[in-house]
Design a protein around this ligand. Structure first.
Ligand SMILES: Cc1cc2nc3c(=O)[nH]c(=O)nc-3n(C[C@H](O)[C@H](O)[C@H](O)COP(=O)(O)OP(=O)(O)OC[C@H]3O[C@@H](n4cnc5c(N)ncnc54)[C@H](O)[C@@H]3O)c2cc1C
Length: 409
């Protein structure tokens, strides 16, 4: 009988994939496979490089270019992959429950990302799965592909565009990159005079991103928007969306032919269905070690983790948990599970003190952003605008795909 500790990882994206492979690397024993049984439960067979979803609608990228199959890189590093959906976690028996099986664990890593909460605003989101919606989305691969079809139609019959992030949203970077890429495409297609573009956001100023002051981000984003002809509205609350109009809380109607609005995120159903696992929004409260506050056998990383906003804003804004931050959290969680197994000390990495590394793409230019801490206080926050940012994002995507599809994180 296999007596090795059982580590189960739910989700296999930036959080789960990184945690599983870091665990395998740290627990490797010469030729015998890891000194723990590591199983990933994923409801999808592919890894999606989300940062490139901003390009799918404009045919800069295809589904095939931004995905790779999960099984090979995991299995070659001794990690088992189970394609299934975790319905809930039974913390009493320490089992992950799916529709037809129970998978026991000694240690659990939750990397389930967000549930995109289109229900937060009437009419928000794509017209999908029986829910009436009028705005497009790039929050996952299927959405981004649908948005490509809508964009093709739009090019044949252009008009006003509204892009943005509604109250409670956190993934502001995607909205910025999308609006700037869209403005670039509009110019490329010679449609600038026929396509007024408006960016609406819950942020208190441009370049806030849900994290507050970040070097010269405000000045730079305003300059970019002015240069690319994008009008902006801050502190906005969307009341509802109807066919052809975004209706703001004060009753004003912003007409559109094409709209993409980032919704708020919540924790996934598997968390909300598991009593005591997550908070009211379905996110998991963790220590600085990424261990659950009340359950020493449960760890979490990435979007699944609860992170309170650094300050109050007139309209609620969430904190972005980017791919880089997610990977850093996942590595710390993996390190600390290994420490638990070996009776060693934990390491801590408070979310606010993780360093920031980000590229904001704007079609053929952009901004490289880096800081010693994602949240204030910081000793530096540097922003480097220019075409090299666009090339850096393209190069990083290639590097990421090449390494990760071989199982190196
Ligand atoms: C359009 C867009 C652009 C972005 N651009 C950038 C960028 O440029 N740079 C950056 O750093 N970050 C970017 N991000 C953010 C980045 O994508 C996230 O930080 C990252 O995906 C978070 O990883 P995660 O593993 O926590 O969640 P996810 O990537 O959402 O992964 C969660 C995984 O868990 C699976 N899952 C969920 N529930 C279950 C279940 N019950 N059972 C089994 N499996 C389950 C999901 O299918 C998914 O594969 C962007 C995000 C978007 C949407």
């Amino acid at each position: 009988m296999d007596r090795r500790p059982r580590i189960v990882v739910v989700g296999s994206s930036f959080a789960g994939f990184t945690a599983a492979l870091k665990l395998a690397e740290s627990l490797r024993t010469g030729g015998q496979g890891p000194e723990a049984q590591i199983t990933v439960i994923s409801n999808t067979e592919v890894f999606t490089f989300m940062p490139s979803l901003i390009w799918l609608p404009f045919r800069v990228r295809t589904r095939e270019q931004v995905t790779f199959p999960l099984r090979l890189p995991l299995e070659r590093h001794g990690v088992a992959l189970l394609i299934d959906t975790a319905e809930r976690i039974d913390r009493g028996t320490r089992e992950v429950v799916t529709s037809d099986r129970r998978i026991p664990y000694d240690y659990l890593v939750i990397g389930t990302g967000p549930k995109v909460h289109f229900d937060a605003v009437d009419g928000l989101g794509p017209d999908r799965n029986g829910k009436k919606g009028y705005t497009h989305s790039i929050c996952n691969l299927d959405h981004a592909e649908d948005t490509r079809k809508a964009w093709d139609d739009f090019l044949r019959d252009p008009g006003p565009v509204v892009i943005g992030a509604v109250q409670g949203a956190s993934c502001f970077g995607a909205a910025y990159e999308f609006v700037l890429n869209l403005a670039y495409q509009v110019k490329k297609h010679g449609l600038k005079d026929r396509v007024p573009i408006t960016y609406i956001t819950a942020e208190p100023y441009l370049g806030h991103f849900g994290i507050g002051n970040f070097g010269s981000a405000r000045k730079l984003t305003e300059l970019f928007f002015e240069k690319m002809g994008v009008a902006w509205r801050i502190n906005q609350v969307v009341d509802h969306v109807e066919q052809g109009n975004v209706v703001l809380a004060d009753g004003e109607r912003l007409p559109f032919k094409f709209a993409m609005l980032i919704p708020p995120f919540r924790g996934v159903d598997a968390i909300t269905r598991s009593p005591g696992l997550g908070n009211a929004a379905g996110f998991i409260e963790v220590e600085d070690t990424y261990r659950h506050r009340q359950d020493e056998r449960v760890y979490a990383a990435g979007v699944a983790v609860a992170v309170p906003p650094p300050g109050k804003t007139p309209v609620p804004c969430g904190v972005p948990k980017t791919g880089y931050l997610t990977e850093e959290m996942a590595k710390v969680a993996a390190h600390n599970i290994v420490a638990d197994i070996r009776g060693e000390d934990h390491v801590k990495l408070p979310f606010a003190s993780i360093d920031a590394k980000c590229i904001l793409d704007a079609g053929n230019t952009g901004v490289i952003m880096t800081a010693d801490h994602i949240l204030e206080p910081r000793s530096h926050a540097w922003l480097i605008p220019g075409p090299e940012a666009h090339w850096a994002k393209l190069a990083f995507e290639k590097y990421f795909m090449a390494t990760h599809k071989r199982g190196y994180v």
